[in-house]
Design a protein. Sequence first.
Length: 227
Amino acid sequence: MRRLIGRLFLLVMALAVSPGAMSQSYEALRDSLEAATAMVKKFPDNTDLRLRKASWNMLLEQWDYAQAEYDFILSRNPRQVAALYYRAYTYEKQHKYKHARGDYEAMLKVVPGNFNGQLGLALLNQKDMHYTEAMDMINRLVEQYPDSAVAYAARAGMEAERGLLELAEYDFTEAIRLDPVSTDYLISRADIRLRKGDKRKAKEDLDNAVKAGVPRPSLSEFYARCR
């Protein structure tokens, strides 16, 4: 589940950098980073340029370099929402959970009720084994954003980790209803159904994911569990 949310996070970030960024090759990403680095050297006080460079650092999983850019930005403007949000994510990737929590909480003071901030903090609480806080937060998020497939999917992931399979299946079903083109949700629900022993319905989900474009060989382990 965390892998799924991580991909969604990076997709949002990539689209903020430039259309099609996620589809670029490693070499193309490196070239984009070099260009951004050159611009930052020419205009070191330009916050927008530093945010852009940090985004390329993030796409290349250079968490410490990205964090350094956000540190600079936040030293100039401690209320810069994008820098707080993305630095929290870099802290998470470096397992600096206390620092990540501080950034999410600071962000939510600036923009109370922000979806991304609440989701990030809820997932951090789950990762950091603050389970009651995590579930309370994700329940509130679903109540506040009842049309969000991501909120339902995130809650389903938490429920699945706790073995609450019926609830997880329901929430993945809601996520699929709200975002029927997401193959991630189909595959996640198939996994839940396999854990419940419902191989027939799990195979239906896998077949639908293949019809939607997922290569069947990539699901071979799931199909093996359906036998």
